[in-house]
Design a protein around this ligand. Structure first.
Ligand code: PLP
Ligand SMILES: N[C@@H](CCOP(=O)(O)O)C(=O)O
Length: 474
């Protein structure tokens, strides 16, 4: 399988050549030349373990790593030791257990990995893939990433202590939960550098993209990416849509809906691709918080990224995003994979503007992709957390609550709805306390994490200040 840029530049690339980088040199995002069609393999795959399924799916996209090596990487990544925080220990071996709240309404637990958010599902794989490729090429890498709360800790836990990797992680100063801050900033490993940016996640993401677009600096300092601009992140996330569908169905003629709490459009982009591969997904329900850029698009056809001043700090902070990187991947498909159209649309967006696809040829194509959407507020979040607790005796985190709220608005009789559970409650104890008047139970080994010494440098949202830190440490 080869990879092309959404903006049409350069020659098609092999997986290992795009694995370590972020944006394509022309500023676009990589996508496979085509989506493998797998509808006739679903019977064969039903009943596979998570690691086996991951191997089957990833081997369609990763064709330049020998099959035996890729299998070993999948087996090493998806273990019950790594994904061990399931709320039901008996289901831990499923890696992403399905919890049924009521008939045809399920949660897919994606946050049982080391940092208690769905990012671990892909990031643990990335850590192992990076190590494999860097060792073979005898190379080192300096990862530059941006986080609104969960990507950062997942990346740092996946890369800490690795001898050929340094991680420089930008986070929005003071905007994440106390637990999220502690999880990242308390790491004292010599290869981990936390940088708090005076701004929002989008400011940090802009800096990452600006560095990625600076070919000279990128090459000199061997800059790599772990955000979902990196194709490997999206590829790994495709797997759990298949696993969730297998868990919720018994035969191939059954369709399901997935509801996905969304910010950077990475998670739901993987769902879109699973659907394009032939997984029977009737609906992709996109849920936002008060930062509802994506909901606005799916309701109106207008994509209007917002400035920092218009981006709210919310109680589902990991979704406080107003410029959704991966949306470009979806639009590339929507406009018939025409890079000239993508270039034109993103000229508007990158210049601070917006675009409107409500009129013209693409408006009629949009319904074919199965998206619907909705948004959630702080009050909705509290009410949903309370309701799920009272009716089902389960605590759900604030992002998952946004998903449950919007999923309920889009239920179709007879169509199973699977809400992706993207984080665990302990990460957002402040809001759980506000909703339920009690603290979530936290694993013993995480007790007092907020009191550990923290290592973080604070900078303005300025490219040169971030570059200075990288130069100083490399
Ligand atoms: C807990 C949680 N839920 C949902 C999201 C949104 O996912 P995406 O940015 O892939 O749309 C994120 C961050 O990305 C997250 O950390
Ligand atoms: N929500 C994320 C930010 C988006 O990051 P991505 O790596 O998934 O693009 C976070 O929690 O950091």
């Amino acid at each position: 399988m080869k990879y092309i840029s959404t903006r049409g530049g350069g020659k098609p690339q092999e997986f290992c050549d795009i694995l370590l980088g972020g944006l394509a040199p022309d500023g676009g995002l990589y996508l496979p030349e085509s989506y493998p069609q797998v509808a006739d393999r679903l019977d064969e795959w039903r009943g596979l373990s998570y690691a086996e399924l991951a191997f089957e799916i990833l081997s369609l996209y990763i064709t330049d790593i020998p099959a035996a090596d890729l299998k070993a990487i999948c087996d090493k990544t998806y273990t019950t030791e790594t994904y061990r925080w399931s709320r039901d220990a008996a289901k831990a071996r499923d890696i992403v257990p399905l919890t049924t709240l009521e008939p045809d309404f399920h949660l897919l637990e994606l946050s049982n990995g080391p940092t208690l958010a769905f990012k671990d599902m892909a990031m643990q794989l990335l850590g192992n893939l990076f190590e494999y490729v860097l060792d073979r090429r005898n190379e080192t890498i300096n990862i530059l990433g941006a986080t609104s709360g969960d990507t950062g800790s997942a990346a740092e836990y996946a890369m800490r202590g690795k001898h050929n990797v340094r991680v420089f992680m930008l986070s929005p100063e003071g905007k994440m939960s106390a637990f999220q801050r502690a999880q990242m900033y308390s790491l004292q490993d010599a290869n981990i550098f936390n940088i708090a940016v005076r701004g929002m996640f989008d400011d940090a993401q802009d800096i990452v993209k600006a560095v990625s677009n600076d070919a000279g600096f990128k090459a000199k300092y061997k800059i790599g990416a772990v955000n979902s601009i990196n194709w490997a992140r999206v590829a790994a996330q495709i797997v759990y849509y298949f696993k969730g569908w297998f868990e919720a169905t018994t035969s191939n003629d059954q369709k399901v809906a997935f509801c996905v709490p969304s910010g950077n459009f990475g998670n739901i982009c993987a769902g879109h691709i699973a659907r394009m591969m032939g997984l029977p997904i009737a609906q992709l329900v996109l849920a936002t918080n008060e930062n509802d850029v994506l909901d606005e698009f799916f309701r109106t056809g207008i994509y209007r990224p917002r400035a920092t001043a218009e981006t709210y700090v919310t109680s589902s902070p990991s979704m406080d995003i107003s410029k959704a990187s991966n949306f470009e991947r979806f639009v590339f498909d929507l406009v018939g994979r025409d890079p000239a159209i993508v270039r034109q649309l993103w000229r508007e967006v990158d210049g601070g503007g917006s675009f409107n696809l409500a009129e013209g040829p693409f408006a009629t194509r949009l319904p074919d992709y199965g998206f619907v959407s909705g948004s959630s507020s702080h009050a909705d979040r509290l009410a949903t957390i309370r309701d799920v607790w009272q009716r089902h005796g389960l605590m759900i985190d604030t992002h998952t609550a946004d998903g449950v709220k919007v999923a309920r608005e889009h239920r179709v009789a007879g169509l199973p709805m699977i809400v992706l559970e993207t984080a665990q409650v302990v990460k957002f104890a402040e809001t759980i306390r506000e909703a339920l008047g009690r603290d979530p139970v936290r694993p013993k080994e995480l007790d007092g994490i907020e009191n550990l010494p923290q290592k973080v440098e604070v900078v303005d949202a300025a490219l040169d200040q971030v570059k200075d830190i990288i130069v100083r440490h490399c």
